[in-house]
Every structure is written in structure tokens, then in C-alpha cells.
Write a protein that binds this ligand. Structure first.
Ligand code: HEC
Ligand code: HEC
Length: 281
């Protein structure tokens, strides 16, 4: 048992070692054919980690297995729903995604590069923002709710066709200042527990916090099907839950702060594979 003490307050009790049969040495191959990089060298910009790991390797054998075959992966139902929506014409232009992008597979590289600077809009766009950009600007349709089910289904579809592609988020050029904002947020301690993202996901990954096996908090697997709530979950909703666990006020889903945080956290996974929809507890 290892405890760590912050400012005189015993913030958390962490335990080291294996408890519930997570196989950290396992490899992920989906449907016997798509090889997923679940561990690799850390990108150069990370000073405190030498290796990066997908959250998949910290899950139990049973949870790991659910992601190895699309018939067992409960997230794939939502990919099918996304594929249906892909072909539906909407908005004043009477267009569907399919009219301009043909098959979703034509966007197989997209998931790996978002969040990404958009020159025309002069902003960093998450994948959700880009999808809504197409809906409002190209289709004349209403924006989907951020982290709502329509949006998550479409993100799951675009992730599924990109599985195996190495995450490759640009952190220089016009995106750099937002990336730095995200990095600051990542290392800022919040809440009554006075903890930053890094205190849990950088300093203590591999340890247990109560019954939970701590991962590095990577987002290469998003959107994530969680067994806990039996639905797809977006990265911002996950950030919100984690901030709330430190007993802090949290930023909103789709907020500028969470967009910056997503850009930074995504870049911490540069080199891991796109894996979504992944399965977690
Ligand atoms: C009327 C044509 C049109 C429709 C309909 C349309 N898009 Fe697009 N989409 C574009 C254009 C043009 C771009 C390139 C714009 C750019 O790169 O800034 C684009 C870019 C994208 C990208 C970014 C690709 C990348 O590699 O960065 C994604 C993702 C995307 N669209 C998803 C969708 C989805 C999902 C739908 C349906 C909800 C949709 N689009 C509907 C025209 C369309
Ligand atoms: C008190 C510890 C703690 C803090 C602080 C914390 N998290 Fe988490 N986080 C967890 C636990 C526990 C889980 C579930 C197990 C896991 O995947 O690590 C989790 C899961 C995640 C996941 C899901 C990973 C996956 O593969 O599905 C992401 C992403 C994440 N956290 C990001 C963050 C970010 C960003 C911050 C800072 C805003 C943060 N966390 C702060 C404890 C924490």
C-alpha cells in the first residue's frame, strides 16, 4: 500500500501490483486482422514518460476480449447506426455525408489527426466540431449535440474505419498556443483533492485507486463504450467525470478549455493506434 500526501492532506490511497487479472503484456488484434499498437515509445514532447500505453492494456481479461472481435464489441452497434446516418440527406441543401465523401472509409485518416487546425475557420477543431462544421456549413442542417448520441455514433463510425492508424496530432504551427493551454490544464491541480490529471495518469498509472486500475488516460480509444453506463462516451464527458472526481468545478463538454485539453491529451498518444470504439469498464 502506497499513499501519497498533498499539502498535508492524505488525498488518495493507492495500491500497487496486480489485483484483478489485467494482462498488461497482451496484444490487441481486432477480428484476427487489424493490429493495434497498444504500447510504444512516448512522443518527444513528453518529458516524464518513456513509454505510452493504451487504456486497453489496463483492463481485465474479459473486458480486453470484448474488443478483439467486432461481434463481441457492444460499441459496434453504434457504428452501424452511424453508417445509417451517413446516407441520410438532411438540411436545406438536401445532402448526406455520402454525397460528398462517398464511403466513410474515404475519411479513414481523419480520426488520427484530430483535433486539428482549420485554416478557413481559423480555429482548432475537434472531430465533433468538424462534423458539425459539415452539417451547418455544407448541409445547412442543425448541429448535433456535443457528445450526444448522433455525434458519438458518427465519431464511432469514423474511428472504426481508422482503426490501426497511428495517432498523429500536430502540435506546432497555429495549434501550438492552444496545445500549451491544454498542457497547462493537464498539470494544474484542482479540487479539494488538489490533484492534476498528471498526478493520476502520469505519476500513478499501473497502480490501483480503489478498485480501478489506473491507465495513462489516453484518448486513442474514444469514443468509448463503457460497461458501467452501457453506452458510448465522448472524451469531454470523460474529462468532466475525472475533474469531478477531484471534487472540483468542471468545464463544460465542448468548452474551449476541454478542446485545448483534448488537443494536448491526444498528442500524448501520438504513435498509439486509433482504437475506437473501444470497451472499458
Ligand atoms: C456538401 C459537401 C459535404 C457534405 C454533405 C459533408 N461534408 Fe464533410 N467535408 C466537406 C468538405 C469540402 C471538407 C473539406 C473541408 C476542409 O478540409 O476544411 C469536408 C471535411 C470533412 C472532414 C475532415 C476530413 C479531414 O481529413 O480533415 C470530416 C471528418 C467530414 N467532412 C465529415 C463529414 C460528415 C460526418 C458529414 C455528414 C454528417 C459530412 N462531412 C458532410 C464537404 C462535405
Ligand atoms: C483521482 C485520479 C484521477 C484524476 C486526477 C484524473 N483521472 Fe482520469 N481516470 C481516473 C480513473 C480511475 C480512470 C478509469 C481507469 C483508467 O482508465 O485509468 C480514468 C480514466 C480516464 C480516461 C479514460 C481512458 C481510457 O482509455 O478509456 C481518460 C481519457 C482520462 N481519465 C483523462 C483524464 C484527464 C484529462 C484528467 C485531468 C482533467 C484526469 N483524467 C484526471 C482517475 C483520474
Amino acid at each position: 500500500m502506497k499513499t501519497f500526501v498533498q499539502g498535508g492532506v492524505m488525498a488518495l490511497a493507492l495500491t500497487t501490483g496486480m489485483q484483478v487479472g489485467a494482462d498488461e503484456a497482451a496484444n490487441l488484434v481486432i477480428n484476427g486482422e487489424t493490429e493495434i499498437t497498444v504500447r510504444t515509445e512516448a512522443p518527444e514532447h513528453l518529458d516524464n514518460l518513456s513509454k505510452i500505453y493504451s487504456g486497453w492494456i489496463f483492463r481485465s481479461d474479459e473486458t480486453q476480449a470484448l474488443q478483439m472481435d467486432d461481434f463481441d464489441n457492444p460499441g459496434m452497434i453504434f457504428v452501424d447506426q452511424g453508417r445509417d446516418a451517413w446516407a441520410v440527406a438532411e438540411g436545406s441543401e438536401g445532402k448526406a455525408c455520402a454525397d460528398c465523401h462517398n464511403e466513410p472509409e474515404s475519411l479513414a485518416d481523419a480520426r488520427a489527426t484530430y483535433p486539428k487546425w482549420n485554416d478557413e475557420a481559423e480555429e482548432v477543431r475537434t472531430l465533433a466540431m468538424q462534423i458539425n462544421g459539415c452539417r451547418t456549413e455544407q448541409m445547412g442542417a442543425e448541429a448535433w449535440k456535443y457528445d450526444g448520441s448522433d455525434m458519438l455514433n458518427m465519431e464511432a463510425l469514423l474511428s472504426s474505419v481508422g482503426r490501426g492508424t497511428p495517432i498523429n496530432v500536430a502540435i506546432d504551427g497555429p495549434a501550438q498556443s492552444m496545445w500549451e493551454q491544454g498542457r497547462d490544464l493537464y498539470y494544474t491541480r484542482t479540487g479539494q483533492l488538489d490533484l492534476s490529471c498528471a498526478n493520476c495518469h502520469e505519476d500513478n498509472y499501473g497502480n490501483y485507486i480503489r478498485a480501478d486500475h489506473l491507465s495513462q488516460g489516453q484518448i486513442n480509444g474514444f469514443p468509448v463504450y463503457r460497461l458501467k453506463n452501457a453506452k458510448l462516451n465522448g472524451a469531454h464527458s470523460r474529462f468532466k467525470g475525472c475533474v469531478r472526481d477531484t471534487r472540483a468545478e468542471t468545464y463544460g463538454v465542448g468548452s474551449e478549455e476541454f478542446i485545448a485539453l483534448e488537443l494536448y491529451v491526444a498528442s500524448r498518444g501520438n504513435g498509439l493506434s486509433v482504437e475506437g470504439p473501444s470497451v472499458r469498464n
